[in-house]
Design a protein. Sequence first.
Length: 172
Amino acid sequence: MNPTRNISARRAHGFAFVTAIFLLLILGAFAAFVVNFVTHAHATTALAVQGARAYEAARAGIEWGTYQVRLEVGSAASGTINLPACFGSPASPALPTAFADFTVQVNCQRYPASGAVPDFHEEGARRVVIYVLTATAASGAVGASDYVERRLEARVEKCKDPDASAPLYSCP
């Protein structure tokens, strides 16, 4: 037996052990990176879904506000050609149970304002009012990692024609 050969084999055996530990460390770091990446990907996807739900809740608020503005409460019976004021702002319409974790506030501004003289724009014989509706839907606490908020704005025009047929005097 050659003593120098035995020492050289032991050194090579030690080098393989160091290489194996190095590879395990590299694989462990890669596994940690993959787990971190997948976790953030899932969180981002969940937040994107919540953002889409917030958009739809805000859109529902805009549709509710548009309905309130277009609603002819009392006009059929009274035969009035006056354009209505805004609904009470901010309003919080009820949402379906799928959006129970969202709050929606709808604001309305009327141009020209109801107290203005005249309180409408004239276009020929027609009376026109513009309503600006803003709906804000939010879920979660402000500053929290799961907080989402979407705000939509819409403009709605309402027209009455004194020369049109009663009782609604709608513009053709």
